[in-house]
Design a binder for this molecule. Structure first.
Ligand code: FES
Length: 87
């Protein structure tokens, strides 16, 4: 798992290895836009403020993945202990 900090909301969550970022946020009453929830549509694309995402989606290109400035929160995770999102 890893720690998730929401920069706009000033909230911190722990994302366990068996739950997605979107799952944890939804469970905690944070509204996020979701559609496919499989990393295909790009609806859940979210700006990354800090941390290195572990991209699991098929929506962004390899070049976009390498920038690490946005991620799909339905499937992608984090390689660093802490992830900061622009939410
Ligand atoms: Fe479709 Fe995340 S909801 S890529």
């Amino acid at each position: 798992g890893f720690e998730l900090y929401l920069a706009q909301s000033d909230k911190t969550f722990t994302i366990p290895s068996d739950q997605s970022i979107a799952d944890v946020l939804t469970t905690n009453g944070i509204e996020v836009e979701l559609s496919c929830e499989q990393g295909i549509c790009g609806t859940c694309l979210t700006r990354v403020v800090d941390g290195i995402p572990d991209h699991e989606d098929m929506y962004l290109s390899d070049a976009e993945h390498a920038l690490n400035d946005q991620m799909t929160i339905c499937v992608s995770r984090c390689k660093t202990p802490r992830l900061v999102l622009d939410l």
